[in-house]
Structures are given as C-alpha cells and as structure tokens.
Design a protein around this ligand. Sequence first.
Ligand code: 2P0
Length: 324
Amino acid sequence: MQSPKYTARAHTNIALIKYWGKLDQDLIIPMNSSLSLTLDKFYTDTSVFFDSTLKQDIFRLNNKESSSLKVTHFMKVLREKTGETRFAMINSENHVPSAAGLASSASAFAALALAASRAAGLVLDSRSLSRLARRGSGSATRSIYGGFVEWQQGSDDATSYAVPFEENVAWDLSMIAVVISAKQKKISSSVGMQRVVATSPYYSAWRKTAAQDLAAMKKAIKKRDFRQVGTIAEENAMKMHALNASAHPHFSYFEPASLQVMKIVADLRSNGIFCYYTLDAGPNVKIICQNKDIQTILAALAPSFSQERLVVAGPGPGVKLIDK
Ligand code: 2P0
C-alpha cells in the first residue's frame, strides 16, 4: 500500500550570524543561536511517498539513485516520531543556477521534513517542522521560514527551533554568490565544527561574541541599517573562520580565489561601494550588497570570474507544499 505523495519546496539560507558547534551531536542542538537570510535563487524540491512493498528507503537526487547517511538517519528519526512503519520513495531535485557548489543541506532537509511528515499523515506547525528539520541538518532548522530567520539555540529537542525575524524583507538587500568551486569539501561542516569545539582555545570567546553579534544584528535589521548588517555579518564570518585556523589540526575552507574576492570587496568598499562578504564551510563567497551596486560589483568581478560563476539572489520564501 502506498501513502499519498507530497512535494515540498524549500530555499537555502545563508547565515549572517553563523552556527558553528554542537552541544548535542544526535539532536543537533547548537552551541550558539544563529541568524540567516533565506535566498530566492537556490532551492530543493522533494517528493515523498511511503510504500509497503519497499525494503528500504530509496533516495533519488537529481534523477540519480543516491545514498546519504544523513537521509537514512533522518528517515529513521521521522518514522520514530510519526509511527510510520513503511519505507519511502524520496525524489529530490536541487535547483541551483550555473556551476553548482551552492546546493545545501539546509534546503534539502527543510523540504524533506515537510514532504515526509505530510506523507506520513502528520500536519506539523512551523515550529515542530523546524525542530524536525533540525534533526537532518542544523542549517535546515532555519529554512522553514523566509527572509531573516533566527535559530534560537535552546537546550534540548523541545526548545531548539527557528523563529521568523523578518519574513518579508521589503528593503534593499541582495547577495551575489561567487562560485569558486563546486567540489565536495574535504572537511564536512560536522567534522569541522566538532574539531573546533574540541580543540580551539578561542571557542568560549566565540560563543560570547556570537551572542553579542546576534543582538547587534537584530538591532541593525530592525533599523534597516544596511552597513551595520554587512559589517556585523562579515566580522562574524571571519571569527568563525578564525576558529578553524586555531583548531588542532588547523584547517581552512578558503581557496586563493576566495581571498581574491574578499580583496575585491574590500577595495570596492574603500571606493565607497558598500558591500560585504561572508563564507560558509567552503570556498564560495557570498557578497552582501544593495541593488544599486550590483552592476558595479559584477563589473569588478568580471575580469576574474565568468558570468555563470556569479549568481545574484534576493530574499526568498519559507518551505511550502507544491503540486508536482
Ligand atoms: C550556518 N554552516 O550557520 C553554518 C555556518 C556552515 C557555516 O550550518 O552538521 O550542514 O548538518 O548540522 O547545517 C552548515 O552545516 O551542519 C552550516 P550539520 P550543516 O549556516
């Protein structure tokens, strides 16, 4: 017997205040609260149905049968929560313009949480959905909502979830993603952050500063103070990457081209074009900017990066069911 099929679309998000470290590995309770912007250009569509004839979950990614330990683990958690006993057919499509490298577990697990819970007969409110998505991947906790989203750290499964901070971003803020490499990173986020928590002598300072950065960021967003938002985001990202540089053994996600983009942004800024950068667990750089400056910034990047490596995105919506 088959369950009805549900398809969900979730957009990825970029953290302006980063999550970097887990208090609880299994439940994915973070060491600090974080805040992100959901983006319109990058999303995942995932459809799920349960089928009593299946002997295991089948996961297809971009029309290719695939295997993912994280998906397997998530489906186990979902069955425990919902009482569903059948295995599932999962079809996932990542919509990432151009050279890829920006596909994210955030959109993947937010979409899977909605589609799979509905297919299992459960209608969850947004908070419960955020908690469920968190069990797949930390950053997915935030992709339940659109716009600016805060993941409140909490201390256990019931209290760690995202809340919308400003869902409809009606002011001038964009991100230019500079795709530097689409390759799988050598050190996954999970491994990187675990190593940092265990070995960086600066970790307690990070937790303190992340809390201060979050409070300042929320004020800056409320005031629509673009320069403050950009400055705090850039500094917070650099503090996260400084943790990696101070871990044992130390590591870095930067590539030479990442540093090149960072320098272009800094030079633009000294010339009065206010833009800022942030980087996650990989070499790609996201430039936070205002619409009026997009063409100038793209022109400054053009000699070094081809057009398909430059993707302009704006604020995007939260997870929803779609017909497919
Ligand atoms: C973030 N990142 O806040 C941070 C900043 C990357 C750098 O969340 O282990 O895939 O599945 O919870 O969510 C990427 O890590 O890690 C991430 P897990 P996840 O967006």
